[in-house]
Write a protein that binds this ligand. Sequence first.
Ligand code: FE2
Length: 287
Amino acid sequence: MRPDITAFFDDATHTISYVVRDPEGSACAIVDSVLDFDYSSGRTDTKSADAVIAFVNEHGLDVQWLLETHVHADHLSAAPYLQEALGGKIGIGDRIQVVQDTFGKVFNEGSEFQRDGSQFDRLFKEGDSFHIGQMRADVLHTPGHTPACLTYVIGDAAFVGDTLFMPDFGTARCDFPGGSSSELYDSVQKILALPDETRIFVGHDYKAPGREDFAWETTVAAQKAGNVHVGGNASKSTFVEMRDRRDATLAMPKLIIPSLQVNMRAGQMPPADDDGKVFLKVPVNGL
Ligand SMILES: [Fe+2]
């Protein structure tokens, strides 16, 4: 089964959202949507999400799932906004509970913040499968970038989130709380064990030295042969050493503080205060 896949690239955060459609019907899923957020003004915008809604409506699609590969730290999810407009169930990995526990503490969330993943409609674990119309989707637990990261294998396509990037860019950082370069290496091996011709769709692209255009689609074979971090049978010890050394030099993503507070709530803002106003916190020296 070869799903029809349409990509939406967000210039502000270099995120790629996908509409994955059953080629034999109108059923589809939306993977990793974006709610635009301007941190300087505290304002949200729905331009990116509205482009997805327009596409879905134009093609008469039936949105069955709003899939998150993980709790993103660099953009806010538009899943609740899309759900309101289009329907569909919001799914994420069941280890979200670990992420909610970690960041519930970082942001000193009170007891009203549930850490059981109940904000989401479905919690997936390794080996789960579900359907998008007639298409079967399989879930791989691929931790390392975060503890809850998933890869969704839908027909011949794998949505790997931030586990692998394009071959010339490599892999994602593993230094967020709960991340692990050793686990990421093992997760990558799981993805590379899929058939060579499997199409891989990455969660971000930042170009790479010598490349002019953004890109997001590759294959298992191309990753095995040429991924600059894990290709050519790179050993685990070499990878871990490289990844940890590189991560120590990286700045935090610009939107990590708002993103975590919103995304750990399945894309909902924190509850409004008594005056109906919504605030996000900044933990000083807490991250
Ligand atoms: Fe991420």
